[in-house]
Ligand binder design. Sequence first.
Ligand code: R2B
Length: 366
Amino acid sequence: MAAKCNTAGAMPCDLTRDVCQLKESVRSQGKQLGRLVRHMKMGCKKPPNQSTLKGLNPCLPCFKPDFLYHLGMDTATTNFPKVFGDVRFVCMGGTPGRMERFAYRIMKDLRLKLSPVTTLRNMADGHRFALYKVGPVLCVSHGMGCPSISILLHELIKMMHYAKCQNPVFIRIGTCGGIGIEPGTVVISSEALDCKLNPCYEVIVQGKIVQHCSKLDQCLAQELQSLANPCEVDFETVVGKTICADDFYEGQSRLDGAFCDYTSHSKTAYLLGLKGNGVVNFDMESTAFAALTKRANIRSAVVCVSVIDRMNGDQIRACPKSLSVWEKRPQELVSRYIRKVLLDEVNEAKKVKDVPARCVGGESEI
Ligand code: R2B
């Protein structure tokens, strides 16, 4: 239909129609502009048409919309590729406060800015978890224990899938109980073991036990360790096995729970046995975290700071100041890792740009 330029003397219904057409044209231009800006931001690469995740539920396409209940989002009202398509790192820790502090830290470390009157927004409206997005980094709280982190991971993995994310890396940054290591030491988990010392995460599905492998990405653990050079950071870092318990007290052989049917002697023997098997810490989420990320073809790592040496006691008596200093240590390491990956990519892109035109195509003139 030809556009009407002169609306003088037009009937009100013509005017309404013209206004509608104009609005529609502005809207579609806005959309096109948005697409172009995103295209430029991605270095003029074509946006991917699917995520790199694998092995997901084949029935997902049937859920239209799909509600991510605990995150308070759904595929009908959130444009996942637009909002989350650039996510490269998903960092998870126990409490909302710690993850908010981490989000502000990453913002500073990546030199990203908010306008002075704005604060970072918790994007999860489900009131169970807190979720902050800082450029390519998601900072999410996961609560305590495997059931909690497993619910979150199901929904975050679907989010990554709907957003068509490319090779996102998941890292848990948390606290843990050390076994024979100084409080304040950072532990990079080499493996996540269940309490029977098996590298597996067990779930009961339709009444039957199903086991999923909970081995972690060794290369990622090594990359993280390489950034913990004692000349550059002022804390100790160790790599070792992590035991994931379903309970804080009896499940970790503590003597100070409401119930305790064992002795101090058997506790010490148990911890020494673990130590002899290369176990350096206890946490409560690593097997579910490792298994679910592995199933989705996601590289993942667990980096926790120890708040107690369980060889010396059970109660966490460290003062708030020490706890606050220690909580920043895994964050420091993970921030270094994120910056390194992003910087390497920028340098790589620069190299590609700098290749003389005559070399492109595999042949160079002498
Ligand atoms: C570490 O700290 C919590 C228990 O206090 C739990 O989430 C864990 O793994």
